[in-house]
Design a protein around this ligand. Structure first.
Ligand SMILES: *Cc1c(COP(=O)(O)O)cnc(C)c1O
Length: 469
């Protein structure tokens, strides 16, 4: 592709993108395709000769687009949002064009220095204390892995990387049973072993870890000769928004000298609003906190932010260079690849910088407040319907419900309902299990969602539920 063609097709892509975004409401949120349908439309072998851009683009529209789930659709109420505000898409285009590797300060000074600045902007926006530094990771999964590796090394007096885990005492990490599966995987990959992720029972409306049980488990493990390393608390669990009492958990961590990592991947964005900060009261005592601006806040994936109280511990765990103390924070130079598992790094800070400047915190707060209010409003409306039950009350913008039909097996009926709703295409929802029983999740979080879209959701849910019953 020569320079003129690059210009022409970049403009074409821009036209296409603007049209795509402005026509999303007219499309079904989830495609109606059977498994294998898309792959059958793609040539089995790679081309020997180059094809025209015309042909490639036409196939993108004809073969690929019909198989896409539209995550930027304003009636996407499934999973959690994965927003990509247009301004962050623009920044991503610029980042793709420059395609710099940003692992060291000197491999792109602007990327490193903007990252430091933008992380500190977010620290201020979330009202975390000044002592926290941070780093942008690709995903919350990676941030949690980095935190688990740090708690492991710290507990092993920094010998795990060198000697391996053979002959070491058995490490123990504690969390509730509401945490995201990325915690399980971090535990596997870090060599701690799933059997040593101790699941503390939860209680109360927010399904918070029982801290007395947490403390008892730590004491019992120590007495049994095992090595407690850390606690992973969650604010806004995946299934129903389970949220630990961070202040209480932090007090236990402090008493027992354990590393505390807080996973607020989804809910963390809401902490730009002062009225929601009670959900993570005590967070300033954590050692590591992760939240994803690529979820609710609007920054194109990937954009995960990890705040860290003592970056030296993280760098000591992950830096290849043994002279970590020389590079970190000295001479104003940070090499962020020493703060994460991968070496290569994209320039992630640019999209967040564009986003925060274009929208301003006040507009982002308004969006999040609207989402929470609309979600609560829908939960109230469904609760008033005689044949609906709210299974988990709203935690910020997330709640779950089920449809009740006398004489019908509830799990089967609600699975059938969520499938029928998604096949209809006007809205998109996902299901979960709460105390073993199927419940349908609902969350509002898409950047372009309006109150009218949530009204449509009410209409679609009640209409299809009654048709099936
Ligand atoms: C989405 C989510 C994750 C995983 O985030 P990734 O960035 O996709 O790794 C982890 N924890 C919680 C609570 C989440 O909502």
């Amino acid at each position: 592709m020569n320079s003129n063609e690059f210009r022409e097709w970049s403009l074409r892509a821009a036209e296409w993108g603007a049209d795509y975004r402005s026509t999303l409401r007219e499309r079904p949120v989830r495609p109606l395709v059977e498994p294998g349908e898309i792959s059958r439309s793609i040539d089995v072998s790679p081309p020997e000769h180059g094809e025209t851009m015309q042909a490639i683009f036409a196939d993108f529209e004809r073969k690929i687009l019909p198989g896409m789930t539209h995550w930027q659709h304003p009636r996407f109420f499934a999973y959690f949002p994965a927003n990509a505000a247009p301004v962050s898409v623009l920044a991503e285009y610029l980042v793709s064009v420059m395609a710099a590797q940003c692992m060291l300060w000197q491999t792109s000074p602007a990327a490193t220095e903007l990252e430091t600045r933008v992380v500190d902007w977010m620290r201020q926006a979330l009202r975390l204390p000044e002592g926290f530094s941070g780093v942008m990771q690709d995903s919350a999964s990676s941030a949690t892995l980095a935190a688990v590796l740090t708690m492991r090394e710290r507990a092993l007096d920094w010998q795990g990387n060198k000697k391996g885990l053979q002959g070491q005492p058995i490490l123990r990490v504690y969390s509730s049973d509401q945490v995201h599966t990325s915690i399980d995987r971090a535990i596997w990959v870090a060599g701690v072993g799933e059997d040593n992720l101790v699941r503390i029972p939860v209680a109360g409306r927010f399904r918070a870890m029982d801290v007395a049980a947490l403390e008892a488990a730590i004491v019992a493990d120590r007495q049994a000769g095992m090595l407690p390393a850390g606690i992973i608390a969650c604010v806004g669990g995946t299934s129903t928004g389970g949220t630990d009492d961070i202040a209480e958990v932090a007090a236990v961590a402090r008493r027992h000298g354990l590393y505390l990592h807080v996973d607020a991947a989804w809910a963390g964005s809401a902490m730009i609003c002062p009225e929601y900060r009670h959900f993570w009261a005590g967070v300033e005592q954590a050692d590591s906190i992760v939240f994803n601006p690529h979820k609710w806040l609007g920054a194109q994936f990937d954009c995960s932010m990890q705040f860290i109280r003592r970056p030296d511990d993280l760098v000591r765990t992950l830096a290849i260079k043994p002279d970590y103390l020389k590079t970190h924070g000295r001479d104003g130079i940070i090499n962020y690849s020493e703060w994460s598992v991968p070496l290569g790094r994209r320039f992630r800070a640019l999209k967040l910088w564009f986003l925060l400047r274009a929208h301003g915190l006040e507009n982002l707060r308004t969006m999040i407040r609207n989402h929470v209010a609309w979600s609560e409003g829908l939960a109230e409306r469904l609760a008033k319907e005689p044949d609906f039950e709210i299974v988990s009350e709203p935690m910020l913008s997330l709640f779950s419900f089920r449809h009740l039909v006398a004489g019908t097996e509830s799990n089967q009926h609600n699975l059938r309902l969520v499938n029928a709703i998604n096949d209809d295409g006007r809205i998109y929802l996902t299901q979960t299990r709460v105390d073993g029983q199927v419940a349908i999740r609902f969350q509002v979080g898409q950047f372009e969602t309006t109150a009218a879209d949530v009204d449509t959701a009410f209409m679609v849910i009640t209409e299809i539920a009654r048709r099936l019953a």
